[in-house]
Design a binder for this molecule. Structure first.
Ligand SMILES: [Zn+2]
Length: 672
């Protein structure tokens, strides 16, 4: 199951919304065997122990394959988390969303679920026929379970159920547990490599399209066969992406994508990729669901390959298993009404979500070549440097390229006008709605010295161009490769206020977003548990830039930033840990959700780096950041490597300090 967090480097915490139809086999395609009565029937997965106290069970078949069994009666789950870093958020998410209050046991923190109906899906494992007394027919039980759980984004369930069990000791398991509080348990030992427990909270949405949906809340997510401290790579790496997008009508796009994939472990028989089929729009009256549909997948020679697409994934079957480190080339034909402008917006964005087929973060390291055609007078933008802009009949076209590996490939198109300037071989572009030349000029003047400042200790800026793109929304920034999305308040001040405004308001966000070209782009994060590698390190670098800013008032901004980090971190630190900052969810308090996540990810992480700086000294701290960038250039960073570098530099073991303050809820004081 793919319960997708909104990305990462970039977006603010937003409640997860379930996808449209799930990836499970349709209820109509399933066959329920005659049922048998059970009592005190128990079975266990890694950290989950199920008891079916009384009731009846029936195996469920898809074609000739048994895909699991359904249950009706009185059942319970005892689940234990042995992952200390998630204990705090596990307790608070249960307290805020219902469920069995956690209890400390000898082996960890126990919680669970009580249920009256359940569907246990198994992939790669035979289920022996049940024996005993006959029960009653259970078609209705299965149908009601599918009706309840099918709206959850069970992407990838079909792919997981067809997993080849050869040489694989663990099965794939998903349990849909229906009681007063519904839960989903998942054991996914080979794809996500997590064992997870999710509580299904009502999405609390008024819109008719959403009102019956659930919001999956992470209760626990334990690594299977690896250590969270030591991030693992995915089944394969995405090494190259070449896209060609033509907007054929409003909303409508034709997208051709060529990808090069490198399997990492054993031979790959099928390739699972994230791809959001559903794109939400709004027509002013209500939400509208738009679709992005794959019409063909082909191999290098153009031969069509079988594939299945569901709400959040596409799975491609290869004609023969691809060996580790071989190159697999795939071509996707995609079409649909997925170029969705926001309400009243005269632009669309294909942003940091999975809008083209892509692996999880730990498989994203790809070169990029994007060609986009949009109807005049719109202009389009994408990652890397501009190869060319040209006119093609009714279209404005652009091709951009990055020869260094990126993640989070994006596109944006709209009714923009561009201001640009080149200094010392670097071109900065500012793209705005209409003419806002005075703001563009001020932003250009600010950008060049910031990039120059960072280059001095973070290494060369990787591109010839930097693109500052206005977003017609409020209050955030995002920073994919060579790009900064910045919202319209950066451009909406009256003339007389520009200097004051740029001095106090936008500059802090600007220096943070530009730092992402190094923290996030050059050094990448392998997982959401390591997201501080992008956010906290960008924040720490931004503070250095503010401190060294030539005009005096940036220094007061710097001082304010330090006390902001400390107070926000102190608020958030006993509500979770930095690696679990994305789990926190209180349905009644979106402000708290925001404060806890940003308090941990941006403020506490930056505060930890400030404490390190005060302990080792400014000069050593610059050397530390520079060495980290040098050692992990175009690689994934990790907290373990951060601690390793610090230990090497200072001849002191930093691991206990990170255990306490990063993986734990510790809050260190500064050594002045
Ligand atoms: Zn950021």
């Amino acid at each position: 199951m793919r319960l997708r967090q909104l990305c990462a480097t970039l977006a603010l915490a937003t409640p997860l919304l379930a996808g449209d139809a799930g990836g499970a086999p349709a209820a109509s395609a399933l066959r329920v065997e005659a049922s048998k009565v059970v009592s005190n029937y128990t079975f266990s997965m890694l950290h989950a122990h199920f008891t079916l106290s009384s009731g009846q069970v029936a195996r469920v078949f898809s074609g000739q394959t048994c895909v699991g069994f359904c249950f009706q009666g009185t059942g319970s789950l005892d689940y234990v988390s042995q992952l200390a870093t998630e204990a705090t958020v596990m307790k608070s998410n249960i307290a805020h969303n219902g469920g069995v209050p956690p209890a400390e046991g000898k082996d960890g923190l126990h919680t669970g679920a009580n249920f009256q109906k359940a569907m246990f899906w198994f992939g790669g494992r035979e289920i022996a026929p049940f024996t005993g007394t006959d029960g009653t027919q259970m078609d209705g039980t299965l149908q009601s379970l599918r009706a309840r759980f099918d709206s959850i984004s069970t992407s990838g369930l079909t792919a997981s159920l067809s997993y080849d069990s050869n040489n694989r000791p663990l099965p794939y398991v998903q349990a849909d547990l229906d009681g007063s509080t519904p839960f989903i348990y998942e054991l996914d030992p080979y794809h996500s490599r997590f064992e997870s427990l999710y509580l299904l909270s009502h999405a609390n949405m008024q819109d008719t399209l959403l009102k019956d949906r659930f919001n999956p809340v992470t209760i626990s997510q334990q690594p299977v066969g690896w250590d969270l401290h030591q991030p693992v790579l995915g089944e394969y790496m995405l090494r190259a992406v070449a896209l060609d997008l033509t907007q054929t009508a409003p909303l409508q796009g034709v997208l051709k994508v060529k990808e090069t994939i490198q399997p990492l472990g054993g031979p790959l028989k099928s390739i699972r990729m994230n791809l959001n089929r559903d794109h939400w729009g709004h027509d002013g009256a209500g939400l509208i669901l738009h679709h992005e549909t794959v019409t063909k997948v082909a191999d290098r020679e153009g031969h069509a390959l079988p594939f299945t697409q569901d709400a959040g994934e596409i799975t491609i079957e290869l004609p023969a298993p691809a060996a580790a480190n071989s190159k697999v080339e795939l071509a996707f034909d995609i079409e649909g009404d997925f170029l969705v402008p926001p309400t009243n917006g005269n632009y669309w964005q294909l942003g940091t979500s999975a809008w083209f087929p892509q692996p999880d973060l730990n498989g994203q390291m790809y070169t990029w070549d994007a060609t986009i055609r949009v109807k005049k007078p719109w202009l389009a933008f994408s990652c890397g440097d501009t190869v060319r802009r040209w006119e093609d009949g009714d279209y404005n076209a652009v091709e951009t390229r990055s020869d260094v590996p990126i993640a989070f490939g994006v596109m944006l198109a709209g009714d923009y006008s561009i201001e640009r300037e080149t200094r010392d071989g670097l071109t900065v572009e500012v793209a705005t709605y209409g003419s806002k030349a005075q703001f563009s000029k001020a932003l250009l003047d600010m950008t060049f010295p910031i990039i120059k400042y960072y280059q001095a200790f973070l290494g060369p800026y990787p591109y010839k161009e930097f693109h500052i793109l206005e977003k017609n929304e409020w209050g955030y920034g995002q920073a994919p490769a060579s790009i900064m999305f910045i919202t319209k308040e950066a451009f909406n001040q009256t003339n007389g206020l520009i200097n004051q405004y740029l001095a106090e308001g936008v500059r802090g966000r600007f220096v943070h977003e530009i730092a992402h070209q190094w923290w996030g782009c050059v050094v990448k994060m392998p997982s959401h548990q390591e997201q501080w590698i992008t956010e906290s390190f960008a924040e720490a670098s931004a503070s250095l830039c503010l401190q060294d800013w030539p005009q005096g008032h940036a220094k007061s901004e710097y001082v304010k930033l330090l006390s902001h980090w400390k107070s926000e971190a102190a608020y958030a630190t006993d509500r979770g840990t930095i690696p679990t900052c994305n789990y926190n969810y209180n349905p009644d308090d979106s402000r708290e959700n925001f404060l806890v996540r940003t308090g941990l990810l941006y403020n506490k992480g930056a505060w930890l780096l400030y404490c390190i700086r005060k302990e080792i000294g400014d000069q050593e701290f610059f050397t530390f950041l520079k060495s980290y960038q040098t050692n992990f250039k175009w690689k994934f960073g990790s907290t373990k490597d951060v601690a390793g570098l610090l230990s090497f530099m200072t001849k002191k073991d930093w691991n206990p300090w990170f255990e306490k303050n990063y993986w734990g809820t510790g809050m260190p004081e500064v050594k002045e």
